[in-house]
Design a protein around this ligand. Structure first.
Ligand SMILES: [Zn+2]
Ligand SMILES: [Zn+2]
Length: 720
């Protein structure tokens, strides 16, 4: 949701901000998508068809952005403000001739049918769009038109009204041939017509970005943009700060900041908008971000779960500081990362409003008025932001500190381990600690049944769970209990329960096993105390003896760990390898442990030093001067900005483009590792080693002039 304020919030804190606001000239133009309306229109009234004799809607141009006083005065004269059209226009509904004498207006005019038809309706690509959505349209009505009139007008035009539970206030979903839909624009009641997305056509659940009830009126779909952006008129760069005043309770703060930064990077990768972390929530040119409840300190209360997810204030000008650009999220939503409600998808849309963008008519665009899961901007969004700001790439915000890995723990308090029962079912309970956000506990029996446990929040946020009755078979039953928190951290507990058969002989004791050969473990390469010049090595070795095929785990004192791969799984001498094993500069102590079926184990300590090579001297080839456009870099695989994995390494692939030549692609992880990618325009980072916990990886592409573009991915490695 994008907000426009035309009157200043009570108790404006910074008088300096007020001075800036008053001293800057306000543009007199009115920006419709169809045209930029002149600041002094002829007083032209076009009488469109109307269902109510004499009623019509007019676009009134003021000398400067109208506020509460002007709105009240219009109301007194029988004109109702139904929309605000930046910078200085409002749409009013009235009956008869307008009485505008004595108001500080420069003129008025009717909207024409051409103003109401999105150019997107006539794009050739649209004619080829999937049949399912090609004949579906959204019709925005003026808010003072009754639902009965909206419906009658559509049906009498030979079109069908389609139901969708998630339509926002003034939208009607309509299907039928384009020619008939076009004829709706001849009616005064209609404000705007644009294509419906496939999700709307198929009835998929959606959340719309609501229009705002602000003093100057809602900013409708027919609006091109709100203000000139933070750089003022023309295409310039912008420097903004951000502050996070209050975090959501569901997601730990470092993750929140990482996701918000990813949303910022999406925009600063394509336009020269630089975001830096600020410290003053009421500073000018600061985007203050908070999660709030129903009442959260402004005039726009949230509505609890569902419907309104967030609202954002458009930039200054035209909004006043310090609230301009601020983003408010509804605390009662089910916020998540990579799952519904996906924070990145909502944040990147809201940030578009904070930068001055209105809603797009293009289904699939981030700025389309219905949120959808997204990984990044579309060509449409990039084109829109480049109509407000200089195109190019701005540096990414400084990375946030590494969040502490999850401390999620799961305990079973009843029944006790190895319990023996006579009953056909069992009930089990326990506790969960260290969870991030909401917790789900699920149980699965090896006899084929499963279910959800009830999770109870106690005093001080302690979590207990209980499950059952769980059916038991005669003999041994294994019940797996799995707890998952909001960040997809998972902990598993295994519960063994024996159900005894009544009145039977105890089973005969198992025959004595032959004495086993003790388990032995050795490392073949590299030698203990050796030195490596690369940050990732292969370790090989063998195991002998023991019972069954041993599992070989390793952990380094520098935060890495993993499991070895067995190369020759049969015979007495079994070879294994660890590939890759990541090293940090200095001595790395690696503990390797083998455990066999009988739980006997053997371990060995391996010390390897990593000495990074000296930094290469920069190439001496002459560099083209005057090139200030940074390459654009994108990560195409994995195709997400946030990945959760059990794997100890990941391979990244992507693309880089530039107006000149992409010279090199390198990467940096906030875990301390870094390196070069293979390739430039199409690049690969193979087997990038991941420490346990969240890792922010930035991929930089550099051109010959030294400009760097960046893409970022957060990969959270967890272990069971
Ligand atoms: Zn929106
Ligand atoms: Zn708010």
């Amino acid at each position: 949701m994008g907000f426009m304020l035309s009157s200043w919030p009570g108790g404006l804190r910074a008088s300096a901000a007020l001075a800036i606001l008053v001293s800057m000239p306000v543009s007199g133009d009115v920006h419709l998508k169809s045209r930029t309306a002149r600041s002094e229109p002829e007083n032209r009234v076009y009488r469109a068809k109307s269902r109510i004799e004499g009623r019509h809607h007019l676009l009134v141009h003021f000398e400067s952005t109208p506020g509460e006083t002007e709105r009240a005065e219009l109301h007194k004269r029988g004109m109702r403000v139904v929309a605000y059209i930046p910078d200085t226009g409002v749409i009013v509904g009235l009956t008869g001739d307008p009485r505008l004498d004595g108001l500080s207006i420069t003129g008025y005019e009717s909207l024409t049918p051409a103003d109401k038809l999105s150019a997107e309706l006539f794009r050739p690509t649209r004619a080829r769009a999937k049949a399912a959505s090609r004949d579906y349209f959204l019709v925005e009505f003026h808010e003072d038109v009754s639902w009965e009139d909206r419906r009658a007008l559509i049906i009498e035009s030979g079109l069908a009204v389609r139901d969708h539970a998630d339509l926002v206030g003034n939208h009607m979903l309509v299907s039928g041939p384009l020619a008939r839909v076009q004829s709706l624009a001849d009616w005064d009641e209609v404000a705007y017509i644009f294509p419906a997305s496939g999700d709307l056509a198929t009835g998929a659940p959606l959340i719309g970005c609501m229009g705002a009830a602000a003093p100057a009126g809602e900013v409708g779909q027919l609006t091109q943009r709100v203000g000139e952006g933070w750089d003022g008129a023309g295409l310039g760069p912008a420097e903004l700060t951000y502050t996070i005043e209050k975090n959501p309770s569901r997601i730990p703060p470092p993750y929140v900041e990482t996701v918000l930064q990813n949303a910022m990077i999406a925009w600063s990768n394509v336009a020269k908008i630089r975001f830096k972390k600020g410290s003053n929530t009421v500073a000018t040119k600061n985007i203050n971000i908070l999660w709030g409840g129903v009442q959260h300190g402004d005039a726009y209360p949230f509505d609890g779960p569902g419907r309104v997810l967030a609202h954002t204030f458009y930039p200054s000008l035209p909004n006043p500081e310090p609230i301009a650009g601020d983003m408010h999220f509804d605390e009662s939503e089910n916020w998540n990362i990579g799952d519904e409600v996906d924070l990145f998808s909502v944040a990147v849309h809201e940030l578009g409003h904070a930068l001055g963008l209105g809603h797009s008519d293009v289904p699939g665009a981030v700025m389309y008025p219905y949120y959808r899961r997204t990984q990044g901007l579309t060509a449409e969004d990039i084109g829109a932001i480049r109509m407000l700001y200089e195109s190019g790439t701005a540096p990414a915000p400084d990375p946030v500190p590494v969040p502490v890995p999850s401390s999620l723990a799961l305990a079973v308090s009843a029944p006790t381990a190895g319990a023996q029962v006579m009953t056909p079912t069992v009930e089990t309970r326990g506790a969960v600690t260290g969870a991030s956000g909401a917790v789900t506990v699920r149980w699965t029996s090896d006899k084929g049944t499963s279910g959800l446990a009830q999770v109870v929040t106690g005093q001080g946020g302690s979590l207990t769970w209980n499950a059952g009755p769980i059916p038991l078979s005669i003999g041994a039953n294994q019940i797996r209990v799995e707890a998952t928190d909001a960040l997809h951290n998972t902990k598993i507990a295994i519960l063994d329960v024996s159900r005894l058969q009544p009145q039977t002989e105890p089973p005969p004791p198992p025959p004595p096993a032959p004495a086993p050969i003790p388990l032995r473990l050795s490392v073949s390469t590299p030698g203990d105390g050796s030195t490596s010049s690369v940050n990732s090595i292969r370790v090989t070795g063998v195991t002998q003896g023991g019972s069954g095929l041993p599992t070989i785990r390793w952990i380094s004192d520098r935060g890495f760990s993993g499991t070895a791969r067995t190369l020759s799984p049969s015979g007495d001498t079994r070879q294994w390898e660890i590939q890759p094993l990541a090293l940090m500069p200095g001595v790395n102590q690696i503990t390797i442990q083998a455990t066999d079926d009988e739980s006997s184990s053997a371990s060995i300590l391996l010390r390897v030093s990593y000495q990074p090579p000296a930094a290469p001297t920069p190439p001496s080839t002459p560099r083209p001067t005057g090139d200030t456009i940074a390459p654009r870099v994108s990560i195409t695989s994995p195709n997400t900005t946030y990945l959760v994995t059990r794997n100890s390494a990941v391979t990244l692939r992507g693309l880089a483009t530039d107006n000149d030549i992409v010279e090199a692609v390198r990467w940096e992880c906030n875990c301390g590792l870094s390196g070069q990618a293979t390739g430039t325009q199409s690049w690969v980072i193979a087997n990038l080693a991941l420490p346990v916990g969240p890792n922010q990886i930035r991929v930089y592409a550099r051109d010959r002039a030294g400009n760097e573009g960046v893409a970022m991915i957060t990969i959270h490695r967890y272990v069971d």
